[in-house]
Design a protein around this ligand. Sequence first.
Ligand code: CO8
Length: 260
Amino acid sequence: MSYENLQIAVENGIALVTISREKALNALNTQTILELQQFFGEDAYNIEGLKGIIITGAGEKAFVAGADITEFKDLSPAEGMKFAKRGQDVFFLIERFPRPVVAAVNGFALGGGCELAMACHLRVAGEKAKFGQPEVNLGLIPGYGGTQRLIQYIGKTKAMELLLTADIMNADDARQSGLVNHVVPSGAEIEKAREIIEKIAGKAPVAVARVIESVNAYFEEGLDGFWKEVDAFGECCGTEDFREGASAFLEKRKANFTGK
Ligand code: CO8
């Protein structure tokens, strides 16, 4: 598929996905959501030797400044539910992607932008990045998982305040509260994200995928995360990479994982 609002560049096994609607501060319109769905639901699985994915925003000002407000100002309740459900489903594709997905947050990450960053497995923020869920200013609440994921990262006390006040958090506060993994000088976000993905690429791919699945299971209703872990552990025991990893340790050499 050709993309209108996503720029995708694959280099050395790492796909850099740039949300490119700079004039609207990379706001997520329907087309962009559909393109994310196409990429994370299908196209990314066809990239040979994929180590991981970085999501960032075009320009220097914004990662993503939210869902595109021009598109939803006249939504009926039923249409609003449809919009929110579709966005949530796409963000689940990101959260459940079997290789690491890192948000390189280069500016405003507000509303749907903060929600997009939270759907990624890890977050690297530039020092000028800003995070927030300002939907109450619009008479709305987050619809792409923000009320749920924010609690997971920063706890109910802080999440409740941020959601109710629409306050904006700077990068350092976001790191201290547990929302982001690293803060780096502006412009170095992608480089740091690449470094993290390269590090993970040296681990056994099946084990990496099962870690993502097991951690996610903690938050999924109806799933027993502890049982998921037992199941995934058993699966890893059946891989060639487990034999290789254990042998390499005992032979005091670097493991050579093949993903089998
Ligand atoms: N949607 C559409 N356009 C936007 C958005 C947005 N979210 N954010 C910025 N833009 C546009 C502006 O309208 C402006 O366009 P133009 O040049 O044509 O006037 C351009 O981007 C530049 O923006 P500003 O002039 O406002 O730039 P400033 O530097 O003055 O301010 C801010 C930057 C603070 C980021 C400001 O643009 C802002 O507050 N943006 C809106 C932030 C926001 O409220 N985000 C949450 C949106 S709601 C949401 O995300 C809900 C998610 C779930 C939806 C569920 C489905 C319905």
